[in-house]
Design a binder for this molecule. Structure first.
Ligand code: IMP
Ligand code: MG
Length: 179
């Protein structure tokens, strides 16, 4: 059977995203007033969120990135997470904020939090743009959260489907899921 062309439906517009990201930046700046933070972005999905979040901070920040791959079929993630890119330098004694696009099963962020904690940072917080709590397998709560969503597959603003759609300025529901 021939599948129909995927349609994109805006879930959060660029204006709604900008408002939430500004609020998260203000909250982080308040919580770490007068201090330095290290933002650790999870490649590649968090790249756009982190760029905007960083510019919403009024405090001093440096950047690092990590890569993680979770194995499973298609859009299904499994409990097995591998580090595909490590930190460039240790975050020992730093105020660390892990920045991720979406919190789904919880496997990726749980794994990355354990990895970062091995460096013994001064503090560790997690900022996630989106959260799908109904999909959670490993319990995990973000400290700074953009939006809670239902169990729908979303793309745009960094999020992909098979590496496409990351550059869409809005967060969109993709339906039906492309092959
Ligand atoms: P977790 O380990 O299941 O929490 O996986 C989180 C990762 O799954 C995210 O970093 C995304 O790469 C991917 N992911 C989960 N849901 C979506 C979605 O709706 N759109 C795009 N990627 C998603
Ligand atoms: Mg990702």
């Amino acid at each position: 059977m021939k599948s129909s062309k995927p349609q994109l439906q805006v879930l959060f517009s660029r204006a709604q995203i900008a408002e939430r990201v500004a609020a998260l930046g203000a909250a982080i700046s308040r919580d770490f007033a007068g201090q330095h933070v290290v933002l650790i972005g999870v490649l590649k999905g968090a790249a756009i969120f982190m760029s905007d979040l960083a510019r919403a901070l009024t405090i001093d920040a440096s950047f690092d990135f990590v890569g993680a791959a979770s194995y499973g079929k298609g859009s299904k993630s499994s409990g097995e997470v591998q580090l595909t890119k490590d930190l460039d330098r240790s975050v020992s004694g730093e105020n660390v904020i892990l920045v991720e696009d979406i919190l789904d099963t919880g496997f990726t962020l749980s794994f990355l939090r354990r990895m970062v904690l091995l460096h013994e940072p001064k503090t560790l917080r997690v900022a996630a743009l989106l959260d799908k709590p109904s999909r959670r397998i490993e319990p995990f709560t973000a400290d700074y959260l953009g939006f809670t969503i239902e169990d729908r597959f979303v793309v745009g603003y960094g999020l992909d489907h098979n590496e496409r759609y990351r550059n869409l300025p809005d967060i969109c529901i993709i339906d039906p899921m492309p092959e």
